[in-house]
Each structure stands twice: as structure tokens, then as C-alpha cells.
Ligand binder design. Sequence first.
Ligand code: NAD
Length: 250
Amino acid sequence: MNDTVALVTGAARGIGLATASLLHAEGRRVVMLDRDADELATAAATLPGALSLTCDVSIPQHVAQSIAEVEHTYGRLDILVNNAGVADFGPLAETDFACWRRVMDTNLDGVFLMSQACLPLLSVRGGAIINIASISGLRASTLRVAYGTSKAAVIHLTKQQAAELGEVGIRANCVCPGPVETKLALAVHSPEIRAAYHDAIPLNRYGTEREIAEVICFLAGERASYVTGQVVASDGGFDATGVRLPALRV
Ligand code: NAD
């Protein structure tokens, strides 16, 4: 496993950093990519030997340059984790086109661009793509017209990738996290939303970054060698229970 190379986007903090740390602990060579250069430098300093690349995944030229650097440095790529994401919540009527585009640029275009750019490297040995969507892509709710739609598209994009890339040995799977206390969630989860999540989730709590990273690493690794095209919710049971009417609780 020691010469395998794993690239994680949005690796400067949150779920991406937890995933990069776990892949690093597994003995893989890790490429940390993020558009926030300062936070990325701080994060990369915690993982000896990691290659850090400042890159905006929604800009094709940035993506091309970064993947060229991976090829130059390692000559291979085994795992791509498309984790970089942004959240902007608001009612449909107040979501202007600029906001819609900002969310789609990173959450959807970024996954498409990164995956396509990595294909030549991934297909040499048959690699794994793990796309990070959200429970907001599995079920609709208020305020998430852009975010939820972008994440539903990522779920379908994963299935398209699995259908097409299986024959070159590349697996593609999707992880849908429930709420996790990261900077992204803190910005859009009001105290009311936080309390409601605790109440609605069967495990009655937010997940941790590490708990999401464990699922990502399982799908990335050999133990999942016959798993592709799947969508795994790591969400404390939120998706499984639907509305959870108070009157029907035990
Ligand atoms: P976070 O904000 O803590 O980290 C996201 C990282 O992505 C940041 O370092 C940011 O700089 C980087 N990033 C954003 N846009 C980028 C771009 N265009 N190019 C390169 N880097 C970019 O967020 P997080 O909570 O760790 O989220 C990680 C993923 O998990 C996202 O895709 C998010 O939608 C998803 N998710 C999070 C939650 C949650 O509750 N935290 C729930 C469901 C899904």
C-alpha cells in the first residue's frame, strides 16, 4: 500500500483533512488540494511528506496544472476523493443566479473537472473515485435549492462514472454525510437547525469528521474492491427514517 497515491480535494480542513489524515495513517502518499493556501499550508504541515497543491477545483486551468504536478511527482494516482464543497442556503426566490452558479461551480463542476483530469492516471492500475455528496442530495428540504440540487447531481454523476469506468477498472462511489460540525456546517446551521437535527437523527447527534473519513477510506480501499456505483449515507440514520412523525416515536 505504501506506494499508492491518494488525492483529496478540500483537504485544508473538515472532512477533507480528516480523510487525508486517515489515508496518510494507512501508509499512502497523500496529495492535499485546496483553494485556501494559508489553511492548506497549516494542514499539510501536520502530515509529513504530503504534497499540497493550491487549486480551485472549478477552474479548468488550475485543475490541469495540479494533475500535471501529481503526474510529475508520483507518476500515478490510485484514489481521488472529490470532497471540496461549499454551502449557501436560502429560499428559492432569494437564490440569485450568482449564488446558484457559485454552488454549482465547486460542488458539481469541480467533481466533473477533477475526475476527468485524473482519468489518465487513475486508469493505469484501476483506481477509485469517491465523491462526497450529502443527505441534502438524497432528500429535498427547504433552503437548499442550489446545495441540494448540486449534491443530487453528484450522486448521479457518480453512477455515470461507475457505469462508464468499470471496464477500465475504476470504481466510483458516493458518500452522503449527515450533519458534521465543520466550518461549512457552522455557517449554515442555526441553533434551531442544530436542535432539529439532534431531534430527528436516530443516533441523536452530529457525526464527526473521522466517522465520515472512515467510510470514505473503506470505499477507497481494497476491502471494497467489488463495490462501485453505490451511495452510502453516513448520517446517524437520518435518511432511513424519513420524516419521523413525533406521534410515531417510541
Ligand atoms: P469545510 O468548509 O470545513 O471544508 C471544505 C474545504 O473545501 C475548505 O478547506 C475549502 O477551502 C475547500 N474548498 C471549497 N471550495 C473549493 C474549491 N472551489 N476548490 C478547492 N477547494 C475548495 O467543509 P466540510 O464540512 O468539511 O465539507 C466537506 C464536504 O462534505 C463538502 O462537499 C460538503 O458539501 C460535504 N458535506 C458536509 C456536511 C457537514 O455537515 N459538514 C454534510 C454533508 C455534506
